[in-house]
Each structure stands twice: as C-alpha cells, then as structure tokens.
Design a protein around this ligand. Structure first.
Ligand code: GLU
Length: 438
C-alpha cells in the first residue's frame, strides 16, 4: 500500500497559512513513507472558482517546495461522478428532495423551537413528486449503528447518524456539492490518508458511510486542530498571512515550513533546511488537540535562525552575484532576510561614507591608519592591528574596537572583524581609516 495523501483546496481565493499547513502536513506524511502527495483542485463550483486562484495555488505550493506528484481538477471529472451517482441512486442511497430552502428553514425553526435537533426529516419515498420541480439530491445515511472510527489525531470517535441530516450531494441544477465527489475521488485516486482540519470531522462521519455505500475501503482519517492567530480567534490577520505577503517580506520557504510543520505538536519548532528533515520527524501522534497559534513574529525569528545556518548552496541562486560562499559565511549571521545582503555589498566592495567621530577618535584612527600600513596583510591583519594599537595607544575594549569597526564598515555591529577586514582588503581598509581620521 503506497501512502497517498491529497491537498484539496477550492480555488475561491489565495492560500493562507492555515491551508498551507494542511498542504504541508499532507506532503510530509506522504514523504515520510515514500508515498505520493496529490493536489486536487475542488472546482465543482464554477461560479466561485477562478483560474487565477488555481495558478496561484500551484505557484505557492511550488515556492514552498510542495510540488505534488499529480494534479487533478474536479471540473474534469464530472463523468465519473455521474456514473457513481447513478449507482447510488439505483441502490437507493441517494434520493430526490423537493423542498425549497424557505420550507427547510421554517421546519428547522419549528424543530429548534420544540427543543429538538434540527435534523432533516425524510419524506415518504412513495409520495408523488410535485410536477415541474427539479429535485435536489440527498445521501441517505444508514441509521443502523453508530459511525465509529479511530482518528489518527483525535483518537476513537463516534457519531450518531440519527443526529445528522442526510446531506445534500447535488443541487437541482445538477451541480455537485463537495461531499460526494470528494469521496469518489478519494476512492479513485487510492487515497490512504485524509488529513485535514477538524472543522471537517462531521463530514468525515458522513463520508465514511459514502465509502461504504460505494463498496470501498475508507482511508484513515486525521483531523488537526485549527490554526488561530496569536490575538485569539482566526482573524483577518491570519487570513491575510498569505504566501505573497510572507514572500515579499523576505521569508524563506523553509522558515515557514519549519514553523508550520511543528506548530501545535509536542515537538520543538526548529529551523530545518530541507523538507526531508521535516518529514523524518513528522508524527501525527505528537499533534495536540488544542488550537495551534500562529505568530508572524515567530516566522521572522525562525527566518533569522534558518539563514544563520543555511549552507551557501541553499541560497546560491537567490543572492546577488557578488555573494559567493566566502561572503555568505561572513554575512549569513548578520541578516534577517536575504534581501539585506545587498546592504552589505558596499561594505565589502564599494564606498561607505566616513563616520562622524569626535576628535580623539579621529586621531586614534590616524594612528590606526599608520599601523595598518606596516602590518602583514597576508597573515592575520585584524589581530595584528588591534595588538599594535593596544600597545601604542592606551585604548582597549570598546574604545579600541568601536571606532575601528565604524571606520571600516560604517556600522556599529556586523560580522566578525578578522575575516571581514581581510575581505575588505588592505587598500580599501587604509583608505577608510584615513577618511575617518580626517
Ligand atoms: N475542498 C475542501 C476544502 O477546502 C476539501 C476538504 C478535504 O480535504 O476533503 O475544505
């Protein structure tokens, strides 16, 4: 049995971090078992689905490295749904209904008013159909025994089908609702694990009966706690945490993946450079039941940590041409986002404005410039320079290092000076010391 998972977004908007987390978990579950991860575009709703969203979903998944093994679109699979629907109809598992939305709503209110569960009441199947009215169709739940399954996250789960309305699977205009096509596809695509948000848990109960009605083995189900923004309820802010925003904020895909892979689990959130590493440790048994909290600041922190230990090869195609492996080793610890590398280019190879320093620092830097002329630049110029200055001036510690760093880099902090001054080189270093001393 090849572990096969799917991510099944409806292309009615851009993906946000909540959707991405589900996609990632499905990817990791499949990857951990050497299985297949499928992308299924749930575009049965022609009015709300948009081509631009399909393209954006595919692009976002690619950017994250979550390329699927195959892509399906439900809008291309109507013939299959039709066949299976006919089969269920012949078996009496789907049946026509004629109530209007208004009638159903009234009935609901009456039931609720009497303190009863607002469950759809089946009509006499032998009652004559009203003339000239196209029916919508419901799936007939089997009330015989409780629906029971072991959720791979929530544990043993049980539902009383008598308390669930027979779900509408097809509208009067022939269009499909989500529940049945999803099951038909899961069977046809050999899905072994359905991993999705816990808002789908009642759907799963209903869908389990659909698998049985189609004569198929159901997949294993896992429902994860929802993702919420740190402020509390799923907020606008979380909704607006789309890939586009994170990407343009300079977030690395693996920073986001590293966070979303472990958020809401008992495992620590750590920066990981590859999806394979995340897949290795992926374990549904570590998922908690409480909502997971998403904090954009955490992505920022993780981005910084990740950059600090990524090898040059992981970023080579996204850095300015002047940044090679040596430059990366020098600068990686000093950037929160890759884009900041560009700010360091003038420090390495260009011109920087001389700092504005008090007179005593300037005369100290004049001494530094003279010393820098005499030291051996092929050895350890930084150690030599600071040693010489320690002896020739009464400066040490910050009083010694701060003006040197400011003169040589224009900044209060940055990479280690020993490798940096070698990279800056003798001529440029001398010129900067002299300019700062003037
Ligand atoms: N299109 C459904 C949704 O976005 C898919 C749910 C599922 O994974 O089955 O909620």
């Amino acid at each position: 049995m090849t572990v096969t998972t799917r991510f099944a977004p409806s292309p009615t908007g851009r993906l946000h971090v909540g959707n991405i987390r589900t996609a990632l978990h499905n990817y990791l579950l499949a990857a951990k078992h050497g299985g297949r991860f499928l992308l299924r575009i749930d575009d049965t709703d022609a009015e709300r689905s948009r081509e631009e969203h399909v393209a954006a979903i595919v692009a976002d998944l690619n950017w994250l490295g979550l390329a699927p093994h195959a892509l399906y679109r439900q809008s291309e699979r109507f013939a299959l749904y039709e066949r299976e629907f006919e089969r269920l109809k012949a078996d009496g598992r789907v049946y026509p209904c004629y109530e209007t939305a208004h009638e159903l709503e009234l009935r609901r209110k009456v039931l609720l008013g009497r303190g009863l569960p607002p469950v759809y009441e089946r009509k006499d199947p032998n009652a004559p159909a009203p003339e000239g009215v196209a029916p919508h169709w419901r799936f007939k739940l089997d009330h015989g025994s409780p629906i029971a399954f072991t959720d791979l996250i929530r544990g043993p789960s049980q539902f009383d089908p008598g308390l669930i309305s027979d779900p509408v699977v097809r509208r009067a205009d022939g269009s499909w609702l989500y529940l049945l096509p999803s099951v038909i596809d899961d069977v046809d695509m050999g899905i072994t694990h359905v991993l999705r948000g816990e808002d789908h848990v009642t759907n799963s109960a209903v869908q389990l009966q659909m698998f049985a009605a189609l004569g198929a083995e159901p997949p294993a189900f896992a429902h994860e706690a929802l993702l919420v923004a740190t402020e509390g309820k799923l907020s606008k802010r979380l909704d607006s945490s789309g890939i586009e925003e994170l990407r343009s904020a300079g977030i690395e895909p693996m920073a986001l993946n590293s966070l979303l892979a472990r958020l809401g689990t008992s495992q620590p959130v750590e920066p990981r450079a590859t999806l394979a590493e995340l897949a290795d440790g992926f374990d549904l048994a570590t998922f908690g039941r409480a909502p997971a909290h998403f904090d954009p600041n955490e992505v920022e922190q993780l981005n910084r940590k990740l950059l600090h230990h990524l090898p040059f090869a992981a970023v080579a195609d996204r850095v300015p041409p002047a940044i090679g492996a040596a430059e990366w080793d020098l600068l990686a610890g000093n950037v929160d986002h890759l884009a900041e590398l560009a700010d360091w280019l003038p420090v390495l190879d260009g011109d920087i404005p001389p700092p504005d320093l008090p007179a005593e620092d300037r005369s100290f830097l004049a001494a530094a410039a003279t010393a820098a002329e005499t030291i051996d630049w092929s050895g350890e110029p930084w150690a030599d320079l600071s040693q010489t200055l320690k002896q020739s001036t009464d400066r040490k510690g910050k009083a010694l290092f701060r003006p040197l760093r400011l003169a040589l880099t224009g900044r209060e902090s940055g990479p280690e000076m020993a490798p940096l001054i070698k990279r800056i080189g003798r001529d440029r270093a001398l010129a900067r010391l002299r300019a700062a001393a003037d």
